[in-house]
Write a protein that binds this ligand. Structure first.
Ligand SMILES: *Cc1c(COP(=O)(O)O)cnc(C)c1O
Length: 371
């Protein structure tokens, strides 16, 4: 692709930090792990952070450590990355998919209560595309029904809702550091929580069920190898030092797209401001207007790709995936109609104005072709 969909932003400082770790003899469970956890806890303003090897592992540990299991139900959007729902199914609990609202594409708080049953244990509150959920509405529902809130903040590091950081509201929250995220460690994730007992259990679960007081061959419960290496942590520490620069750069790119595309009547652009919130830009996803279909979107996507422009549909609904056949009959009109018309455009820190103009030009030609 001439202009890729996504591209990590790695500077010499990151390369040096990673190389320095390779010159030591501690490649796992060393000082970088602790430093990365402290840096993240202090950035989010939470007392405990537990680093793991992916966002998915982090979500799984949240479900597991909160004791959610067989036949318990968890509210989750279908319009998101599949890891959010899979983490529930790993513990044989049941995802209950709730529809989104069409402006921010986040869970619609007004539709949550109708989905709650006596078996509901938690709400998986996903901050989609880095736009924070209306957390106060979610917390009020959770309180009324005595539910846990797990924040899936994997797309939202640095997002703010009413002055508070995404990840600081729930019983536990998870960030992810895959290379297309705002901050990357190659692969990696981070759980934050205010609950010391929960953090302690998560630390044991990520390390084969070993507690701090145990020796290496003593295991109190069945755990996992969800550890993250010192190499990944060193990369994360350096990325986190640059986070304010990264987030403002991404915001500039989003604004430049907005200027470039706002006169195209066939497109619905993502909201550039959401009242009371700071968006942490993860991806730039436009939608074709309501009179278009998935067929048009796919045709436009193929055209852009043939022009060397990376793009993708974001997301395909989870309840329509082959691995979710049991959920196929769930009816989520907004999820189904909006996801059919989404198109993620190239989006990364170093995307230039010239590249943005090129994407705009190709989009206009592609749209003319659809008529
Ligand atoms: C990226 C992401 C995850 C976790 O992804 P990993 O690849 O496992 O790090 C989870 N949920 C959402 C919504 C995501 O976007």
């Amino acid at each position: 692709m001439k202009i890729p969909l996504s591209q990590p932003d790695i500077t010499e400082a990151e390369i040096e930090a990673v190389t320095a770790v390779l010159r030591t003899s501690r490649l796992s469970l060393g000082p970088k792990l602790e430093e990365f956890e402290h840096a993240m806890a202090s950035y989010v303003g939470m007392p405990h952070a537990v680093a793991v090897n992916s966002g998915t592992s982090g979500l799984h540990l949240c479900v597991r450590a909160l004791g959610i299991g067989d036949e318990d139900e968890v509210i989750v959007p279908s319009f998101t990355f599949i890891a959010a729902a899979n983490a529930i199914r790993y513990e044989r609990a049941r995802p209950v998919f709730v529809d989104i609202e069409p402006h921010t594409l986040n869970l619609d708080p007004e539709k949550i209560e109708a989905a709650i049953t006596p078996r509901t244990r938690a709400i998986m509150a996903v901050h989609s595309f880095g736009v924070p959920l209306p957390i106060d509405a979610i917390l009020a529902i959770a309180k009324r029904h005595d539910l846990f809130v797990i924040e899936d903040a994997c797309e939202a590091v640095g997002a703010e809702y009413k002055g508070c950081q995404a990840g600081s509201f729930g019983h536990a929250a998870v960030f992810a550091f895959y290379p297309n995220k705002q901050v990357t460690t190659g692969e990696g994730g981070m759980i934050v929580t205010g609950d010391v007992a929960l953090a302690c259990r998560m630390r044991a679960l990520r390390n084969q069920g070993r507690y701090d007081s145990d020796d290496w061959f003593q295991h109190q419960e069945i755990g996992y190898n969800y550890r993250i290496s010192e190499i990944n942590c060193a990369l994360g520490i350096e990325q986190l030092k640059r986070i304010s620069e990264i987030l403002s750069r991404r915001e500039e790119v989003a604004k430049a797209y907005h200027r470039e595309l706002e006169d195209i009547r066939e497109l619905i652009l993502p909201p550039i401001h959401v009242a009371g919130s700071r968006i942490s830009w993860f991806v730039y996803v436009v939608r074709l207007a309501g009179n278009f279909t998935a067929h048009h979107r796919d045709k436009l996507m193929s055209y852009l790709q043939s022009e060397g422009i990376g793009c993708a549909r974001y997301f395909a609904p989870i309840h329509l995936q082959p691995s979710y056949a049991e959920w196929r009959e769930t009816h989520l009109p907004v999820t189904e109609s909006e996801s059919a018309r989404t198109l993620a455009l190239p989006f990364f820190n170093r995307l230039s104005q010239a590249q943005i103009s090129e994407v705009g030009k190709a989009l206009r030609s592609g749209l003319r072709m659809l008529d």
